[in-house]
Design a protein around this ligand. Structure first.
Ligand code: PLP
Length: 405
């Protein structure tokens, strides 16, 4: 099996369209990835053939729907090296962090305690902790980011103190592309008895993740960034920790029995899945896992590395362009600013050239402040991108320079 990008591209119907009559260069996969036909078909097939509520009916259709839903959980568990009961379906990364902050956090964090995050977190790995800290009289402590966009283990060593209750860190920065040394971070934190939540939203689309190998206590990600549907994501937690946690939302499916005197809660993972889940989404995510596992993933990584190298080299041709985030071993994400042009103008001009990039603060305003910019342009690549996409971006940026000399 070898990685064939053209064969991969043919599986993504969206990529064939021509905005403004131009070839589409989709360079915003960090925001959401496109979906292969097999994922689209899996969701359609579920509604065509298997749709019913899960865990409830005794009839054939309900049993098929439940089997499809639980089958997806098993696939995802295997994909990340977990047990099925450690895989909780959520709406996405954001909901996963909120679940941990509200359930584990409210039971474990008190006045004067500290929550350690890094300076490169997405808002979804900052704000849920701020809400918790405000409620409990705790505080956030921030691991600084250096000029290349890296964090240093020595800072974790220095900042994980007797009051630290949890370390919440992203595996891959959505702005800088920096890949953080998660294994070393969990080792340091665990040596001090502190659990670690890893935001894997930008990691799972690019690299093989094994939660046991990382020794993450919690690992959260979104289906829509890894070629699956929107509205579905995963919170992985170590079984022992999940079992000890109180429920978060109450409702159907998360109970064993209910009376007005009291309620007995269901076992994990169901204890954390109140209400009707996005079964079709889970099935679609299972199909995304199948699709990824059917690829030469090492070949895909090499392809992404080539794209990043090519893009980095070519962007340096442009006068007055500054790349933000230059850590070695980055994921294929490039943020940049152009002297004298607002990132939104860059984004709009590129759009007319058929190039889709993100312009803004990327839900990481503290990081923007760290680098002294209000916003950046971000080209984030996936395994279906080609050098042609990058060249189209560079050509579009030359056009920007002509308009803003
Ligand atoms: N964390 C990171 C690093 C992200 O890039 C994103 C999305 O951009 C999120 C969290 C939030 O993901 P979602 O909006 O799918 O919950």
């Amino acid at each position: 099996m070898s990685f064939d990008v053209e064969a991969v591209r043919r599986q993504f119907p969206v990529l064939a369209q021509r905005p403004y009559g131009k070839r589409l260069a989709f360079l915003d996969s960090g925001a959401t990835s496109q979906k292969p036909q097999s994922v689209i078909d899996a969701v359609t097939r579920f509604y065509d053939r298997d749709n019913s509520n899960v865990h409830r009916g005794v009839y054939d259709l309900a049993e098929r729907a439940t089997a499809a839903f639980e089958g997806a959980r098993k696939k995802i568990a295997r994909f990340i090296g977990a047990e099925p009961r450690e895989v909780i379906f959520t709406r996405g990364t954001t909901e996963g962090v909120n679940l941990v902050a509200q359930s584990w956090g409210r039971a474990s964090v008190g006045p004067g305690d500290e929550i350690l995050v890094t300076g490169m977190e997405h808002h979804s790995n900052i704000v849920p902790w701020q809400l918790l800290a405000a409620e409990k009289g705790a505080k956030l402590v921030v691991v600084p980011v250096d000029d290349r966009g890296e964090v240093h283990l020595a800072d974790f060593e220095r900042l994980i103190g007797p009051r630290t209750r949890i370390v919440a860190v992203t595996q891959v920065s959505n702005v800088l592309g920096t890949v953080n040394p998660i294994r070393e971070i969990t080792r340091l934190a665990h040596a001090r008895g502190v659990p670690v939540l890893v935001d894997g939203a930008q990691a799972v689309p690019h690299e093989k993740v094994d939660v046991r190998d990382l020794d993450a206590d919690f690992y959260v990600f979104s289906g829509h960034k890894m070629f699956g549907p929107t509205g579905i994501g995963v919170l992985y937690g170590k079984a022992k920790i999940l079992e000890a946690m109180p429920p978060w939302q109450g409702g159907g499916d998360m109970i064993l029995s209910v009376s007005f005197e009291g309620t007995k809660f269901n076992t994990i993972p169901y204890k954390f899945e109140a209400g009707t889940p996005d079964a079709a989404g889970a099935v679609g995510l299972g199909a995304a896992v199948d699709w990824l596992e059917g690829l030469d993933r090492e070949g895909a990584r090499a392809h992404e590395r080539d794209l990043l190298d090519h893009a980095t080299r070519r962007l340096q041709e442009l006068p007055g362009l500054r790349i933000i985030g230059t850590a070695p071993g980055k994921a294929p994400v490039i943020s940049f600013v152009m002297e004298g042009v607002h990132p939104h103008d860059v984004g709009t001009i590129l759009d007319h050239e058929g190039v889709a990039v993100r312009a803004g603060h990327h839900c990481a305003q503290p990081l923007m402040e760290r680098f002294g910019v209000p916003a950046t342009v971000r080209a984030s690549m996936a395994l279906y991108n080609t050098r042609e996409d990058v060249d189209q971006l560079v050509q579009g940026l030359h056009r920007v320079r002509e308009m803003f000399p």
